[in-house]
Design a protein around this ligand. Sequence first.
Ligand SMILES: CCC/C=C/C(=O)SCCNC(=O)CCNC(=O)[C@H](O)C(C)(C)COP(=O)([O-])OP(=O)([O-])OC[C@H]1O[C@@H](n2cnc3c(N)ncnc32)[C@H](O)[C@@H]1OP(=O)([O-])[O-]
Length: 701
Amino acid sequence: CTRYVLVKNTSVRQGIVDAVQRALKDPKVTSVVICGQNGKFCGGADIREFAGPMSGPPLVPMIHAIEAVDKPVAAAIEGVALGGGLELALGCHYRIAHSKAVLGLPEVTLGLLPGAGGSQRLPRLIGLTAALDLITTGRHVSAAEALKLGILDQVTDNNAVDLAVEFVRSVAGQPLDSRRLSTLPCPCPPDVDSLLDKVMSKVRQRSRGALAPVACVQALRAAASLPYAQGMEKERELMATLFNSGQARALQYAFFSQRVVGKWSLPSGASWDNSTARTISKAAVIGLGTMGRGIVVALALTGISVVAVETQEKQLAEASRVVPAMLQREAGRRRLATPPGVISFSSNLQDVSEVELVIEAVFEDMSLKLQVFKHLASVCRPGTLLCSNTSGLDIDQLAAVTQSPGLVVGMHFFAPAHVMKLLEVVYGPRSSPEAVATAMQLGKRMGKVGVAVGNCPGFVGNRMLKPYLEQANFLLEEGATPQQVDEALEEFGFPMGVFRMSDLSGLDVGWRIRKEAGLTGPGVESTRTRQGRRYSPLPDQMCEAGRLGQKTGKGWYQYDGPGGRVARSDPWVDIFLETYRAEHGLVARSITPEEILERCLYALINEGFNILQDAVAAGPEDIDAIYVFGYGWPRHRGGPMFHAGQVGLGRILERLNHHHSHPDVPHLKPSTLLRRLVAAGSPPVQKWREFINKERVHSQL
Ligand SMILES: CCC/C=C/C(=O)SCCNC(=O)CCNC(=O)[C@H](O)C(C)(C)COP(=O)([O-])OP(=O)([O-])OC[C@H]1O[C@@H](n2cnc3c(N)ncnc32)[C@H](O)[C@@H]1OP(=O)([O-])[O-]
């Protein structure tokens, strides 16, 4: 048995073919072990290669050739065996892995299916039911789980390559027929059709409009019902359709944008590679409402010790009971051991004096937050980082009441904070690179996708949401129903339309903010123009009628009772809208789903261009990551800015101009950046950063 170590570069496939051929010809070689380099088996195909024509030997025949070899071939899996990497291992006769290795077929997350025989070999190895789970979710599995599922033959805590060499030597000369997966039948449960139908409806529901999960189920149906060669033909056909779809491009863009945002930079020139983060081991959270509790759990899961402070005794008692259970549940969900005794509860702000970082998560009220920050500035030791979990308040104003404004940043979590992946790290004009780097690193430790954003009302996510919500309300005034608007948005791929979402989060949240902004409340005249802009008082009137959403059992929809989850249309809302229109002399017209999407989504996208223009976000990837990870934007549509590129910037500009010129649909004035991009020939989204920087240098923005 001779070892041929494979080169790790773009010619990996050629390397494998050459090495296997040499091994076959060499009479001294009785068996073969395929391993990776530097402790990594293979992360799969290079996703960047998908944009151009593939070079080198194709994967499918290469894997077939390996499977057909009449000397035993084992894959020695260290690090990762993902996508094409695992498909290669499935072509080997044996698979031996290190206990820390991770395996999976994540192609579905890139808009593809395991198109190098994976959709046909994996079910033959582990059965249809388990293969459906792995392939339609794309989830990674540990070596221990892979062993249990039957993907692996052996797992070791020692050197996997050494064990694989020993193993293949021990089986040399034994018959290999039963090890060639393509020749085996696919183990299926008796009710195979009903299983496939159930999984199909589940994937359709989970990722509405996404093509890849559906194609994965179709490929697995072929594995269950057709001979291997025909199954491969089906796999090839489905792969070709997916490969050329806009969805695959969108999902591959989303893969890279998730990584691009980690390489943050600020307008000052500070960036991820020239700023030093502090490592935090002790933190505090102030305020144990829904957000605070989730943040405590997210911190505790990283092993950071947390002082959880709540001054209201009743709330504190409840949090002390609920938070440990939340921690245990979340640790279980992530298959982690529950970190022991890392949380201490207190009603005394004085108890945060020894921590290195504080996250304030009190009620969204500036005067309350200012009070807390003043108090923290006097209690904490010098050098403590002070962060605010605000969803849109001015970070600079908070920084101004502390002795070290450079150590103040926003950490905007999304509810539930221990589950949702997005974290907006908000830097004010005085935030230091060290503070931003620390918050970003802390977010990464918590498993978040952190995006550094500038300080402005609503930051990126909520600032873009505002025109989107406005247009949705205007559409109700003009004749749409909440169901029509929601259905159009859900058809587009959002898990929930805007009104269903508003019912879930509570209509009073926005009502309070509008009252604080002087847009509604006692003494404010009930007109459709406020502070010089078109305004819809519909959501305020819903709140005044006590319809706060699910929590009151009534909102834009009706529910079975307070806390009910199933939304049903409510004739009360129809009458309410008719009365409102009559009072204001509005004549309901028929509104198409296309108009709903244009008005809501293009308004949001237009604000995205304004945000890029104002340098509140460093690039379109930042906005797209925020919307995909925090606002339910369908991942298979890449994000709002990517989507704008797919639709065509010229088309977006033309439709915005069209709606803007309509006398009763203001606020849709196209952004200067959008106009300039169109004038420059609509460059692809990957070129926008460069374009914006050039325009800025030439003072065109
Ligand atoms: C017929 C064909 C059938 C086959 C299909 C497939 O195989 S589909 C593929 C199926 N495979 C997958 O879906 C696996 C996708 N990859 C992953 O899940 C993770 O990267 C990881 C678990 C391998 C490592 O996680 P980690 O946290 O340790 O590291 P990290 O995530 O930060 O990445 C480090 C750098 O590597 C880059 N890069 C990584 N992978 C690829 C790639 N395949 N390609 C290109 N680039 C890739 C990544 O962009 C980053 O670059 P940067 O920003 O430094 O310039």
